[in-house]
Design a protein around this ligand. Structure first.
Ligand code: SF4
Ligand code: SF4
Length: 337
């Protein structure tokens, strides 16, 4: 790949929703005509197992990358990190980063704040920007945003060139590439999966998820850092441990509740303030315990209730935004609007 081109990856939706497929296809067709774009299409990032050709492709990209898919950018970024596809997260005006408004901890006896672990390993000097395909209805806005990001990347390259010795300067504009058939760019499909994704920019390594999960999903690495070790042990559709995490660092990108799926916390808190009063909310710890008990019983094991693997502080914790929003979304679902 020419260093003047930026890799753009469309990560397809799970399932075969025709509206989603239609947007993916119109976007692919438009991006194929864009100068400076190296386009690829892979299944949903969440479903890419080690060795899948889509994953191997992502692992092989060395430069800047734009990944466009049906997930919150935070979830997509940490999904890529889990695959070893690392870089600096690029921002986009399509997804303004919400500030944590501090509401979620109101009345909560939070222990002294621990520092997040942060991403580990070498972070290459390249930018990865995630765009959520649910943000806009048509492909045009994404094409515009891709152009803007590429323009910024070129400006950075130019600045770097200007500061380098002449012998190292790379010359040349993007070479026009032949327009390939979009279907030839797509990696084969992948089976659906379900597992937690950790946002290490929030995780403080408190190990509450490890204590809480009784299905052997979590473990620790050689540096005693929490990790999702046996992801396929996770129970499909269950998000229990995301409610237990005090930092809201555990995401299930396909879960219906935005806070659990990786939405910026501030935005979710903002939504909560008005609407949770209308619908009320339960205790997230009680909900998590119920969800875990349900999965234990499905496995023929005995329910353990809210005492096992829950820190005492958390067992009495007041309602937090994810749970209130769960109540809201469930109530909205029942209204069928
Ligand atoms: S509960 Fe949350 S903060 Fe604690 S180790 Fe697990 S992911 Fe990290
Ligand atoms: S959702 Fe349930 S099974 Fe999956 S990791 Fe969390 S606690 Fe364990």
């Amino acid at each position: 790949m020419s260093r003047n081109r930026v890799t753009v990856v469309i990560s397809q939706a799970q399932g075969k929703n025709p509206v989603r497929r239609g947007l993916e296809e119109s976007l692919a067709a438009a991006l194929l005509m864009e100068p400076g774009v190296e386009l690829s299409i892979v299944p949903h990032l969440y479903d890419l197992e080690p060795g899948h050709t889509g994953r191997l492709f992502l692992e092989s990209v060395a430069g800047d990358m734009i990944v466009i898919g049906w997930f919150y950018p935070r979830a997509g970024f940490w999904l890529l990190d889990r695959m070893g596809v690392k870089g600096r997260e690029g921002s986009s005006p399509m997804h303004p980063v919400a500030e944590d408004d501090g509401e979620s901890d109101e009345g909560d006896e939070k222990p002294e704040k621990m520092s997040p672990i942060g991403a580990t390993g070498t972070i290459p000097d390249r930018q990865i920007t995630l765009l959520d395909l649910r943000a806009k209805p048509g492909h045009e806005a994404y094409v515009e945003e891709v152009r803007r990001i590429i323009g910024e990347a070129r400006a950075r390259q130019e600045a770097a060139r200007a500061s380098r010795p002449a012998a190292l300067v790379e010359l040349g504009l993007p070479k026009p590439a032949p327009v390939p058939d979009p279907s030839a760019l797509a990696a084969p499909p992948a089976a659906r999966r379900w597992y937690p994704v950790i946002d290490y920019s929030r995780c403080t390594n408190c190990m509450q998820c490890l204590d809480f999960c009784l299905f052997g999903v979590y473990g620790v690495d050689g540096g005693e850092r929490i990790l999702v070790e046996s992801q396929d042990n996770c129970k499909k559709g269950c998000p229990a441990c995301s409610r237990v995490c005090p930092e809201q660092a555990i995401m299930f990108p396909e879960y219906k509740t935005p806070a659990i799926a990786g939405a910026p916390v501030g935005a979710v808190s903002g939504l909560k303030i008005d609407l949770s009063k209308l619908f009320g909310g339960g205790d997230p710890m009680a909900t998590a315990a119920r969800e875990r008990d349900r999965e234990l019983e499905k496995d023929g094991r005995q329910a353990v209730g809210p005492t096992v693997g829950m820190a005492p502080r958390r067992a009495t914790r007041a309602t937090t935004p994810p749970d209130e929003l769960d109540g809201l979304v469930d109530a909205l679902d029942k209204l069928d609007i």
